[in-house]
Design a protein around this ligand. Structure first.
Ligand code: RIB
Ligand code: CA
Length: 311
């Protein structure tokens, strides 16, 4: 059997980030070396506390390091209301069983990458401030990065502005640093993450696992569903972030196209848009493997197995 793929998850828990942590921790195809946090769905304090609580709930203990509270340019935006006041509302969660790392996110990523005996895959599921800061601070470690599989952007329209998806909108300059780094990049945009809908049938499948972790996941996802109905009028919430993890576990779970993707940094109405040149009309070089379709059944089976195995 091949060795598990070493991964670092950079996230802003957030309900879907929480599920991404469970998937990355449980699936045997990957080894979760560490978690770094970035403000986005909530303040840095809130999302870090949530990462600690989810790891405690799941009985896992990867190092967790605090990252950026503000984007590369400007100040942190008001956290979206999708995830509630705590940024992870909807369920009783345990107090953290362990402290965060004394290292910063960039320092932890650098340390884990240096120490790993094989190249590491980075999985950002929030604004990409930490990843960009790591790439800028450690050009000597780029060769130790296998690829970057990120959740963000969209081949179609945005969700936070008409053209920008939240993670990219929150720090467009960081996304630009990552997408122009020359590293292998896989993009899970809204066009695909909106196929991973946590329907009532999905919640029933999770509930039927019958563990405390499963019940807590159902409570969290019911809250997530409620705010998605209120804010976006969607009957079921898309579980965006775990798809970026699933793409690492089983790259064949998505179909991809290698396309030129640029970040709009200056548009008055379009800042933060991922400009995906699907017809290659710009003459720009392809730089991102863009997910275009998802094997939904295989995705949910992967999620169920992870919740079951951690329970
Ligand atoms: O637009 C969806 C993304 O924004 C997800 O990563 C969600 O957690 C929020 O961060
Ligand atoms: Ca997220």
């Amino acid at each position: 059997m091949n060795q598990p793929i070493p991964v670092i998850l950079d996230c802003d828990p957030g309900h879907d980030d929480a599920m991404a942590i469970l998937l990355a921790a449980a699936n045997p195809a990957v080894e979760l070396l560490g978690i770094t946090t970035v403000s986005g769905n909530g303040s840095l304090d809130k999302v870090t506390y949530n990462a600690q609580r989810i790891c405690t709930l799941a009985g896992i203990a990867p190092p967790i390091a605090r990252g950026a509270n503000d984007p590369l340019v400007g100040k942190a935006s008001a956290a979206p209301t999708i995830h509630g006041a705590s940024a992870l509302d909807g369920a009783e969660l345990p107090e953290p069983a362990y402290d965060v790392s004394p290292l910063s996110a960039v320092e932890l990523i650098a340390e884990l990458v240096r120490e790993c005996d094989r190249p590491v895959t980075l999985i950002p599921t929030g604004p990409m401030t930490n990843i960009a800061s790591f790439l800028l601070a450690h050009p000597e470690l780029h060769s130790r990065i296998e690829k970057i599989s990120f959740m963000g952007g969209s081949v179609t329209r945005g969700n936070w502005t008409p053209y920008a998806e939240f993670n990219i909108w929150a720090d467009p300059e960081a996304a630009d640093v990552v997408l122009t780094s020359g590293l292998p990049i896989v993009m899970t945009g809204l066009n695909v993450s909106h196929m991973a809908l946590a329907t009532p049938e999905v919640l029933d499948r999770i509930d039927a696992l019958g563990t405390h972790l499963a019940t807590t996941c159902v409570d969290l996802l019911k809250f997530f569903a409620h705010t998605y109905r209120d804010v976006f009028g969607m009957p079921d919430p898309p579980l965006h972030d775990p798809v970026a993890v699933a793409c690492v576990i089983d790259p064949s779970i998505v179909s991809t196209e290698f396309l030129p993707v640029s970040i709009e940094l200056n548009g008055t109405l379009t800042r933060g848009a991922t400009v995906v040149d699907v017809h290659s009309v710009t003459g720009r070089e392809a730089n991102v493997h863009v997910a275009m379709d998802l094997n939904v059944d295989r995705f949910w089976n992967m999620m169920m197995d992870s919740i079951r195995d951690l329970g």
